[in-house]
Each structure stands twice: as structure tokens, then as C-alpha cells.
Design a protein around this ligand. Sequence first.
Ligand code: FMN
Length: 197
Amino acid sequence: MPDLVQIVYVSRSTFTTMPAELGIEPSVARILAQSRVNNARRGLVGALYFGDGCFFQCLEGHAAEVERLYAALLRDPRHTDLKVLVRRPIERTSFASWAMKYVPLDAEMKGLLRELGLATFDPYRFDQAAVARVLELLGTGRDLDPTAAAAEETTRPGAATTRPGNARSPWTIAAATAAAVAIAVVAGIAAAMGAFR
Ligand SMILES: Cc1cc2nc3c(=O)[nH]c(=O)nc-3n(C[C@H](O)[C@H](O)[C@H](O)COP(=O)(O)O)c2cc1C
């Protein structure tokens, strides 16, 4: 039997964040891009959630790889106050199809927080039942896959042009997603700059 483990931990970002409505944080996008490349190489899967300045991450894979990554995470200056909520052996991974998921703070999560009696995303106050609910939500949540779409855009500068007669091609969908993410990020930065004036 493979020695698979699951670690769920929470932490606080050390960078200044902008309101979630303004789109994905550039710092979080960078972490996602790095995670997707590294995790695919190391056979790790999981989910990353970011809301109200807090990270909630589930990591699954071979024990040695997961523990090596957790040791690196402890030294990463982009977050602090790491607290492990779950560390357990598992039979199989539950996020098999994604190297790293990103699900934005959406209506579903807001509904769950209300149910748990929390005004903000404060995973330090989660009990085991709340952790299970969040994991369930991340497992079934819509993945915007912003970094994959952005990478597509960089490597294929002509990707924004649609191919006639092939409106549903993956390139068209990738280009549309990349454009939407780029607009959201630019709008977010512009709004943030405006706020500090
Ligand atoms: C909240 C958070 C989550 C992260 N998740 C991952 C991850 O899933 N996989 C990963 O390789 N690095 C992740 N990192 C980055 C690691 O801390 C570390 O910088 C990285 O693994 C080093 O990669 P390198 O060996 O390519 O330099 C994360 C960082 C933060 C702040």
C-alpha cells in the first residue's frame, strides 16, 4: 500500500491584500503557478483557498514529499502562523485531477461561513467538521485555473484570435479565460492604486 498522507494547514499571508471582489491576488497567482509546476513533478495534489488574508491548503501525496514541502512552507516568508488542522494517512488522494486548485471566495463559501457563524474567512476557528465542509467545497468547487490560462496567453501571443468554424476549441476557451483574468488583475491593480491616492 502506498504511504499516502493528507495535510491540511492554515496560515496568514504577510503581503497586503486587496478586496477579493477585485480578482485574484498577484502574489497568490504566483504561488499557484509555482505550486502547479512543482507539485506535478513531485506527484503531489491538493487545493489552495485564499480569503480574508488567510490561506487554507490541503496537500496530498507520498509522506516524504508532503513533509518535505511542509518544511519548505514553514520557511516561506509569504505567510506566517502556520497551523496544521489535519495530518493523516489516506488510502487514495481526493484531488487527483488538479496539481493545485484555486477557488475564489464565492457565494458558496460565504454561505458556509454564515452557517458556521463566522463573519470572515477565519480558518483558525474551524473545528474538524468545518474543515471537512471546506474540503468538500474545494473538491467540488469551480476551478478558475487562472495561472494555466495566463501561461497559455504568454506562450501563445496569437491565442486571443478565434478560429473560424471552431468556436469551442480549447484555445478559444483558454484565450477567453486568460483575457478575463488579465482584465480582472489589471482592474484590481488600478482600483488598489486609486485607493492609495
Ligand atoms: C500559501 C502557500 C502555499 C504554497 N503551496 C505550495 C505548493 O503546493 N507546492 C509548492 O511546491 N510550493 C508551494 N508554495 C511555495 C513553497 O513555500 C516554496 O517556496 C516552494 O516550494 C519552493 O520551490 P522551489 O524549490 O521551486 O524554489 C507555497 C507557498 C505559500 C505561501
